[in-house]
Design a protein around this ligand. Structure first.
Ligand SMILES: N[C@@H](CCC[C@H](N)C(=O)O)C(=O)O
Length: 317
């Protein structure tokens, strides 16, 4: 798990006679949960096997993914981020539970910011915090309601635009469905496919224990959000849309929440609703609620809670 790094400072791992000990913090954002590892020293080589062991809910800590906090300067993607924003010194090295690498994790960014605060690397009460990700710089600030608000950067439908010309460009089949249903592909830094249902009871009885099939199959796989639009209402003089969502994540399976997925869900439903649809959406997921705002500059903001729940140490077998 460790690699030599010359005279770098000591990391959060240590050698013991029976094996290496890895210190971690467990956190979650609307119950999308992560094992967080402090690798400020940049000495940790996490293999896919290490990630699978850490995220195993019986033999390990248990989580949807692993987040390594590393110096941006240590990764090629991090050096690109530093050229864009020299203040983004720390990089979110995100891995799905199956060991695969993902470009972006919206809930993960908020939990990463909470972890950076815990380590004394950020103070959101004083200033926004910039971090590096494989999808570019992300900026996190404290929203007025105390949630973590992340500028998730630019987003688009699969054709590169922010309006959906044909409405749908894919078909999704969930286990148990007789027919495929029309869906839309979106890019949030990572890939998403959104399919809508009319009925909340159908959503709650869906079988997402196996990955839905998506046709055409996206080249790098996709995260599938199944959504039920819940209408629009006025809150404090502003029009707010509501969506309920369940998600099957690439590299994980069904999770209790997905931040980039919530953005994709809200933006797809907003696109299908057409002109005059709200820019602000509340997205209900099994693990809670997040808020998605389509910003005027073509970016999207994701706001929601982030919790650190316990810390521990694990000996490598
Ligand atoms: N849960 C995350 C997304 C994690 C990555 C995803 N499974 C992928 O492979 O793209 C979120 O909150 O965005």
């Amino acid at each position: 798990m460790t690699r030599t790094a010359g005279d770098r400072p000591a990391s959060s791992t240590a050698q013991t006679p029976s094996g290496e000990v890895l210190e971690f913090v467990k956190g979650h954002g609307t119950e999308n949960d992560f094992v967080l590892v402090d690798d400020r020293a940049g000495v940790l080589d996490l293999s896919p096997d290490d990630v699978r062991r850490l995220t195993d809910r019986r033999a390990g800590v248990g989580a949807d993914g692993v987040i390594r906090l590393a110096p941006s300067e240590d990764l090629p993607e991090g050096r690109a981020v530093l050229a864009e924003d020299p203040s983004a010194q720390w990089f979110m090295d995100y891995r799905n539970g199956d060991g695969s690498i993902a470009e972006m994790c919206g809930n993960g960014v908020r939990v990463f910011a909470a972890f950076a605060e815990h380590l004394g690397l950020a103070d959101l009460s004083r200033a926004p915090f910039s971090l590096g990700t494989r999808a570019g710089v992300r900026r996190v600030s404290r929203a007025a309601d105390g949630w973590y608000a992340v500028d998730m950067g630019p987003w688009s439908f699969a054709d590169g635009g922010q309006t959906i010309s044909d409405g749908f460009d894919a078909e999704v089949t969930v286990r148990g469905w007789d027919v495929a249903r029309p869906a839309a592909n979106l890019d949030l830094g990572n890939p998403h496919t959104v399919v809508a249902l009319a009925d909340e009871s159908e959503l709650s009885s869906l079988d997402l224990t196996v990955a839905p099939t998506v046709d055409p199959t996206p080249p790098h796989g996709t995260n599938v959000e199944v959504v039920v639009p819940l209408g629009e209402s006025e809150v404090d003089g502003h029009l707010v849309g509501r969506v309920r969502m369940r998600v099957h994540e690439r590299g994980v399976g069904e999770t209790r929440s997905c931040g980039t997925g919530a953005c994709a869900a809200a933006l797809a439903v907003r696109g299908w609703a057409g002109e005059g649809a709200p820019d602000v959406w509340l997205v209900d997921v099994p693990g809670g609620q997040v808020r998605v705002t389509a910003l005027a500059d073509g970016h999207v903001e994701l706001a929601g809670p982030a919790e650190l729940v316990f810390s521990g140490a694990l000996r490598r077998p």
